[in-house]
Design a protein around this ligand. Structure first.
Ligand SMILES: [Zn+2]
Ligand SMILES: [Zn+2]
Length: 354
């Protein structure tokens, strides 16, 4: 498998972000990303999707969209649409219709920042997902960098503090979102988890203090979605786009918080009588299944089955677990950073079936 690091969910000057597509591509190249996915609010920008190069390095830039009903009161239900090459924002008033439109256009639909508390000190509303009866979406944004920042802003002073110390912010996906994800999986839905930065590079001011809140460069070293491809990226944008979207559609991917330590190299696989499968795939429990976890460094690691921790281990980088029990197996790893235990790696599930 060929691992690529993708930062997704971000805004340019076409909506409320503060950089162009080309500037974002430069930042992504500086940070060593393989791909970025731009998702401006309610506008599909046709044209900038391609490879960008700088200093002999390149990055694949894809253009998606973040769609919501701008007439809804209160504002809720942001949907990340990836891989659709047309404007679907007019479908926003009915989230189910919108999701169906995405599928008809061979795209992927992710519920953005499912839990997104208000931050009244800085006039930010709660933009959670509320229409949970929807069906047929690809997945959810398990960890959103901006929602977590918002959740800490009890006052304007908190905003200034965290704007100057962004590396103090991230602790992990909200427990509510992890719980919701496990519930959806238990219902038999295949729900792909992604991590999004929601990068805007907003300018912040308080009296004489001025600061870009979370520059793109910061986000690109923080919460990323790591995708495992069947073959390496070759530099042909149409073909590489197809490879990336195919793997993302099934969830052959994990969410990695790369700031404390790089998460590149994490693997979660299963071996059974019919061979090896990876995250997002299913395997028969018959004759037993060997789950294998490999961490890129030492951390506290948990193996979960149907949302419950069945094993925890520390101080080892590889772990093997043999089972004959069908279930939804996934992995979480936690790491010490700046005096706190923080979420580091969240795998997509392997589905062990009868
Ligand atoms: Zn949003
Ligand atoms: Zn956004």
């Amino acid at each position: 498998m060929h691992e690529i690091i993708v930062n997704l969910h971000m805004h340019t000057t076409y909506s409320d972000g503060h950089a162009s597509h080309a500037q974002i591509a430069d930042a992504a190249i500086r940070c060593g990303l393989d791909a970025v996915i731009i998702t401006d609010h309610n506008v599909w920008v046709n044209g900038p999707e391609r490879y960008y190069e700088n200093n002999g390095k390149r990055v694949l830039l894809l253009v998606g969209e973040e769609i919501h009903d701008q007439a809804r009161e209160p504002q809720k239900n942001h949907l990340l649409v990836i891989g659709v090459e047309r404007e679907l924002a007019p479908l926003a008033p009915d989230p189910q219709r919108l999701i169906e439109g995405v599928r008809q256009n061979n795209g992927l639909a992710f519920l953005a920042h499912p839990h997104d508390p208000a931050a009244s000190a800085v006039n930010q509303d709660d933009l959670s997902w509320v229409d949970w009866q929807v069906q047929g979406f690809t997945g959810i944004e398990l960890w959103n960098g901006l929602s977590e920042f918002k959740s800490l802003l009890k006052s304007k002073l908190h905003a200034v503090y965290y704007a100057f110390t962004p590396d103090q912010v991230a602790l992990g996906p909200f427990p509510q979102v992890l719980k919701k994800w496990d519930e959806l999986l238990e219902q038999g839905k295949r729900v792909v988890a992604i991590g999004g930065s929601d990068a805007h590079a907003l300018p912040g001011t308080l009296g004489p203090l001025r600061r870009t809140i979370f520059p793109y460069d910061f986000h690109f070293k923080a919460i990323n979605t790591h995708i495992l491809l069947e073959s390496p990226l070759r530099g042909d944008y149409r073909e590489d786009r197809r490879l990336l979207l195919e793997a993302l559609a099934i969830g052959r991917a994990f969410v990695g918080y790369d700031l404390p330590a790089p998460t590149r190299g994490f693997r979660f696989s299963a071996q059974g009588k019919d061979g090896t499968v990876w995250m997002g795939e299913e395997i028969s429990a018959q004759n037993g299944v060997t789950l294998q976890v490999r961490l890129p460094g030492k951390a506290e690691c948990r193996l979960l089955r149907n949302g419950k921790t069945i094993k925890t281990w520390e101080n080892r980088q590889t772990y093997v677990y043999i089972t004959t029990e069908p279930g939804i197996y996934r992995v979480e790893a936690y790491i010490q950073y700046l005096g706190k235990q923080r979420g580091w790696i969240f795998s997509n599930p392997i589905y062990v079936v009868k």
